[in-house]
Design a protein. Structure first.
Ligand SMILES: Nc1ncnc2c1ncn2[C@@H]1O[C@H](COP(=O)(O)OP(=O)(O)O)[C@@H](O)[C@H]1O
Ligand SMILES: [Mg+2]
Length: 507
């Protein structure tokens, strides 16, 4: 007898349908699975067999062929266990075929018939919705995340027997309702007011947050660089529901344990300097998102920037430029989103004390230069704000805290509203940092009084054409924060000043 089922398997941040056909006929008792890599077939076959037996279903001595299509797609076997088991039950005449029609199925089976969570639940809910499936059947642990998609009918069960009772109508399981989307709660997080002094750095972070620009914090150890970086997500606007879905899709692929629902906070990722290129950028035989993608929609904090391997840093260029990462696997190209805000930090020299009036820096000048040159020009070019974070004065440390994150976030929101009004529909996301050459030309016109400033920056600072382009976009953000439609000379001057640091190695 023939049986059919549709399973879902992750493919990058998406989910793809896998059509199953099971043919069961008298013959040598064996189960053949075609369309899966060898190791996955063996494992899946054993899990399904044991689960069926341990749930009390006799596996009749028949010749069974399970065919999975499309055959050339590299599938992860464990997602298909549940659909294989259910299709076998239909083939063995324990379940009517209609119970599987119009249902999308995904789940890994334990040997006792329990259901183990799978990756990519949210993307599967989208797939089920787009295909007009009447139900998405998932392990219970996955439904909180999958229901976050907001449409369609998501049913979660703990084991195979519970699912069979649901399908036959003996004990139907209610669909999980979509959760409310509360938006980011700002209470209890680290607040900018806790950072004393550092007004210059705080201003730079406000500008960075307003336009989505990348920042490099340069200062001696203990000056508060890490503290400042951790407070950037708190001044960014809350995630919209669409952004939360994009963030959740990525995290759903990499977490060991299932997500408790939509992620509604902007990610903050701080990979260690020893992280490999694959760890940072993504990759692997079954491609997984790297740190740049896990930071999508939020902040990627690279502390001790010169300690990262040079080739790892160079690999950052593509995501910084394109907001995504492409991985080519078995004739197919996968893309992971990677639009993050880069906050990098470094000491001014190997000993860290350069420019600290309380300690003598003993680093010879060539060593300082070698240390700084570990970060290549093209990477520095893509960092719009180079900011000095000096050792705070005692008076500052003992003084009152400055503005709260909420107050800064409100100005950032207003500046982003101005950008959205200008860019919505032509630039995605509608922020200044994401403008292409054409939009920059259209929206960043400079007055006559600004041209000499630009000329000076080009000649004296030796800025590249790309850097000049980015300076203009930064000036646009500074004007937006000031509520100005025009980029004034003062806005451009401030933007240029954030470029001056890396040219000045003053021992
Ligand atoms: N400006 C500051 N205001 C308040 N505390 C500070 C400040 N700078 C440093 N600190 C204190 O020093 C600690 C170390 O700061 P950190 O951010 O780790 O410095 P860095 O990353 O520059 O080495 C912080 O946890 C905080 O307690
Ligand atoms: Mg630090």
């Amino acid at each position: 007898m023939l049986a059919f089922a549709t399973a879902a398997t992750p493919w990058g941040v998406d989910a793809l349908p896998v059509e199953l056909e099971v043919d069961c006929r008298p013959g040598l008792p064996q189960m053949q699975i075609v369309g899966l890599p060898d190791a996955a077939i063996r494992e899946s076959r054993e899990r399904v067999r044991s689960a069926l037996r341990n749930c009390g279903f006799a596996v009749p001595p028949r010749s069974v062929v399970v065919s999975l299509a499309p055959a050339d797609l590299r599938k992860e076997g464990n997602h298909l266990d549940l659909a294989i088991a259910l299709a076998l039950l239909v083939a063995f005449e324990k379940l009517p075929q209609e119970t599987l029609d119009g249902r999308l199925i995904s789940g890994e089976l334990g040997l006792d018939g329990s259901l183990r969570p799978v990756r990519g639940g949210l993307a599967m809910a989208q797939l089920a919705d787009e295909r007009g499936c009447r139900e998405l059947l998932l392990p219970a642990a996955n439904v909180a995340e999958a229901a976050g998609w907001g449409r369609g009918c998501v049913v979660g069960v703990k084991n195979l027997l519970e699912l069979v009772d649901h399908l036959t109508g003996v004990a139907p399981v209610a669909a999980t309702p979509p959760p409310d989307f509360p938006g980011q709660s700002r209470e209890g997080g680290a607040d900018l007011a806790e950072v004393r002094g550092q007004e210059g750095a705080k201003r730079a972070l406000e500008i960075a947050a307003a336009g989505g620009h990348n920042v490099l914090l340069l200062g001696p150890p203990g000056s508060g660089k890490t503290m400042l970086a951790r407070r950037v997500p708190g001044i960014l606007p809350p995630l919209s529901r669409e952004e939360a879905i994009a963030v959740t899709r990525v995290h759903s692929l990499s977490r060991g344990e299932p997500l408790a629902g939509l992620i509604d906070e902007r990610p903050f990722r701080a990979p260690h300097a020893s992280t490999s290129t694959a760890g940072l950028i993504g990759g692997g035989t079954i491609p997984r998102p790297g740190e740049v993608s896990l930071a999508h929609g939020g902040v990627l904090f690279l502390d001790e920037l010169p300690e990262f391997r040079r080739d790892t840093l160079e690999a950052l260029r593509q995501p910084l430029e394109e907001g995504q990462v492409s991985v080519v696997r078995s004739r197919a190209r996968l893309t992971f989103p990677a639009r993050f805000q880069l906050v990098a930090a470094m000491n001014p020299c190997p000993c860290g004390h350069l420019g600290d009036p309380r300690h003598r820096c003993r680093c010879p000048q060539p060593l300082v230069e070698r240390y700084r040159s570990r970060i290549s020009g093209p990477l520095l070019d893509r960092i719009d704000l180079h900011v000095e974070v000096p050792v705070p004065k005692l008076r500052e440390l003992r003084g009152r805290g400055g503005e709260s994150s909420a107050a800064v976030a409100e100005r950032v929101r207003q500046a982003r509203d101005r950008q959205a009004a200008r860019l919505l529909g032509s630039v995605s996301p509608p922020i200044n940092a994401a403008m292409g050459v054409e939009e920059t030309r259209r929206h960043c016109a400079l007055g006559a009084e600004s041209v000499p400033l630009l000329e000076q920056a080009y000649q004296r600072l030796g800025l590249s054409a790309r850097a000049l382009d980015r300076v203009t976009k930064l000036a646009r953000t500074i004007a937006d924060l000031a509520g100005s439609d025009q980029i004034e000379a003062a806005h451009l001057a401030e933007a240029i000043q954030y470029r001056a640091l890396d040219r000045r190695v003053d021992c």
